[in-house]
Ligand binder design. Structure first.
Ligand SMILES: Nc1ncnc2c1ncn2[C@@H]1O[C@H](COP(=O)(O)OP(=O)(O)OP(=O)(O)O)[C@@H](O)[C@H]1O
Ligand SMILES: [Mg+2]
Length: 272
């Protein structure tokens, strides 16, 4: 079916790949200690979707993602990927944390090459991927250094390179570009978008930037204040624009501005 339009192909495969069913999280126990972080949440999305989550600080975004990553068992409900219940972390899910979590005893190159090495890819391919991604994030010249010798922003770029070099089926990113300067951020957005399109991976992406969410996502999920629940799911068309994307033109367009305002109003309604 070479001529089948992209939209049709996507709808045809729209059965859920990731599914949150009544997932709730309360931290701690006892009336004095218990912190309800996430209200029972239902959310399902298809393979190949790029789902961006936005919402006020402390509303439970990271908590929601941690249940999918397998680092945090939900207090109630279940999370499944491809019909299989999540019971712990796995190599099918790449995670970029809010704060870079690197292997301090490994060099920059070994950090970036960790996933491909664990997967047992041929040596030449491992090397190619490491070089490609370290160059993409501007760390190739630092490949023999160690994480402690890098700045905070450089560490975060390395964490991104490490996740992308592994090209996981499901990529979970928690505010990955927050620590980057504006130019690097834009460059990383384009790199991520390109690899998502090329590989058809599924992405769950948390960001405080509504601009970024509307630009990158196939859908923007807006969460309420803590204990978080889903306020609204808003489809976004810009991620699936075919061919070369002109970031300046897209972001200046009336459609983009209107969608961004719609999301911002929802968040402001929650007290930002
Ligand atoms: N380990 C923990 N123990 C107890 N409470 C926690 C813990 N982690 C998070 N919380 C609480 O759960 C709530 C949700 O936290 P979470 O980190 O999911 O928020 P968030 O939406 O990711 O916020 P931000 O945008 O600031 O990163 C917060 O109000 C916080 O107080
Ligand atoms: Mg968070």
């Amino acid at each position: 079916m070479p001529d089948q339009p992209l939209a049709e192909t996507l709808t045809a495969s729209a059965d859920a790949f990731v599914r949150f069913e009544g997932v709730s999280v309360t931290y701690g126990s006892g009336t004095a200690q218990a912190t309800p972080a996430l209200s029972p949440t239902d959310l399902a999305f298809a393979r190949g979707d790029f789902v961006c989550i936005v919402g006020p600080s402390g509303c439970g975004k990271t908590t929601l993602m941690q249940t999918l990553a397998g680092f945090l068992p939900p207090t109630g409900g279940r999370v499944s990927v491809g019909g299989v219940e999540v019971s712990g972390p796995g190599p099918d899910r790449g995670v970029v944390f809010q704060q870079a979590a690197l292997f301090p005893w490994k060099t920059v190159a070994a950090n970036a090459g960790f996933g491909p090495a664990m997967r047992g890819l041929p040596r030449t391919e491992q090397k190619e991927r490491v070089e490609y991604w370290l160059r993409s994030v501007g760390l190739w010249d630092f490949r023999d250094r160690y994480p402690y010798q890098l700045s905070g922003g450089m560490q975060q770029r390395l964490a991104i390179a490490r996740a992308l070099a592994n090209e996981p089926e499901l990529l979970l990113m928690d505010e990955p570009f927050g620590a980057l300067d504006a130019l690097t951020r834009e460059k990383m957005q384009e790199e991520l978008h390109a690899v998502w399109k090329r590989r058809g991976m599924t992405v769950l992406f948390i960001t405080h930037s509504v601009d970024e969410a509307v630009y990158l996502g196939t859908e923007v999920v807006v969460m309420s204040r803590r204990p978080g629940r889903i306020l609204e799911r808003i489809p976004a068309p810009f991620a699936r624009i075919a061919g070369e994307r002109d970031i300046r033109r897209i972001k200046a367009g009336a459609d983009f501005v209107a969608l961004r305002e719609q999301v911002l109003e929802l968040i402001w309604g929650e007290g930002g």
